[in-house]
Design a binder for this molecule. Structure first.
Ligand code: COA
Length: 325
């Protein structure tokens, strides 16, 4: 039995601001050229005042269910990776469970910042392998526009809002004929000594009240390149795969330079690396399922394709997952 990605879905808020419009709207001393050259970002979607992580996540999940041909009644777990939950509790997952009419099973949020989706895939697969669930919704949904410091040009230009979702279902090949489909492995890491280089200083239990996102960009960049390279190697080695066997890289979308470095490491031509950072900016835990959905729904990623996902985020947390579609 393997956990198969049976459907994908996405939600992006209607309001789109390109770099120039963002600079004008928030009175930022920046330029389209600076942002594009350093990050590859051209624009981002920003949530409307009434939108929340749960409303966006529910929309993405509905589409994933529809595309998988699976009814909400068949879902028996909802896992939401988010750093921007609607509330401390109930969880965003519980809210989405109710919004969709999922009848029961566990529903919980998972906090691993930008690595959250890969973490959530791993947790969902563990529940499945343990025999606890047969069909799980795994959702990444984020509203970073509510936690960035709109006076800090070094961070606020980097993020966007959105949600992505996948339906995971237990998949069994015909006896004696393993079709190889499903999640092959996942590899998760954290190193809490690096808390200070990427964090939101505050939250529901904080002594200092609500806070904003702070990042030491160069430090994060340095860790990203080395830790992602090492977890990619770990994923290949664990499966006895050569890098030439990977057909698609669906990386966390934080910075085009980091994405391209990982593509080069795998020896992949640029067209085999799924890029959305130019249009979505960094949507944290939502970025991989958003990118996955784009490449699956436009027909690039098809049945049988081997896909590598990798991400790093605050914590530091990082990880990779290999899946055959
Ligand atoms: N527009 C114009 N200038 C800006 C700017 C902006 N939006 N943001 C920062 N600057 C300025 C800085 O003030 C600094 O000016 P100074 O030299 O006069 O002090 C200069 O640009 C260089 O700043 P620095 O932060 O060193 O830039 P950088 O080349 O490291 O690029 C990042 C910044 C954030 C793009 C880059 O470090 C990065 O991508 N890091 C990884 C971030 C990441 O992936 N995070 C998410 C992980 S989940």
């Amino acid at each position: 039995m393997r956990a198969l990605i049976a459907g994908t879905g996405a939600y992006l808020p209607e309001r789109v601001l390109d770099n120039e419009a963002l600079a004008a709207a928030y009175n930022l001393d920046t330029s389209d050229e600076w942002i594009r050259e350093r990050t590859g970002i051209r624009q981002r979607h920003l949530a409307a005042p009434g939108e929340t992580a749960s409303s966006m996540g529910a929309a993405a999940a509905r589409e994933a269910l529809r595309r998988a041909g699976i009814a909400a009644a068949e879902v028996d777990a909802v896992i939401v990776a988010t750093a921007t939950p609607d509330s401390a509790f109930p969880s965003t997952a519980a809210r989405i469970q109710a919004a969709l009419g999922v009848p029961g099973g566990p529903a919980f949020d998972l906090s691993a910042a930008c690595a959250g989706f890969v973490y959530a895939l791993g947790m969902a697969e563990s529940l499945m392998k343990g025999g606890h669930v047969r069909c799980a919704l795994v959702i990444g949904t984020e509203i970073y526009s509510r936690i960035v410091d709109w006076t800090d040009r070094g961070t606020c230009v980097l993020f966007g809002d959105g949600a992505g979702a996948v339906v995971l279902r237990a998949h069994e090949s015909a006896p004696g004929r393993d079709d190889g489909r499903g999640l092959l492995s996942w590899h998760l890491h954290a190193d809490g000594r690096h808390t200070d280089i990427l964090q939101v200083e505050g939250g529901a239990g904080s002594t200092g009240g609500p806070g904003v996102l702070r990042m030491a960009g160069r430090e994060v960049f340095r860790h990203a390149v080395s830790k992602l390279a090492s977890v990619v190697d770990q994923a290949l080695t664990a499966n006895g795969l050569d890098r030439s066997e990977v057909q698609w890289l669906v990386p966390h979308q934080a910075n085009l330079r980091i994405i391209e470095a990982m593509g080069r490491k795998l020896g992949l031509p640029p067209e085999r690396v799924v890029v959305t950072v130019d249009r979505h900016a960094n949507t944290s835990a939502a970025s991989i399922p958003l990118a996955l959905h784009e490449a699956v729904s436009d027909g690039r990623i098809g049945t049988g394709d081997l896909v590598l996902m990798e991400a790093i985020g605050g914590g530091l947390t990082w990880g990779a997952a290999l899946a055959r579609f």
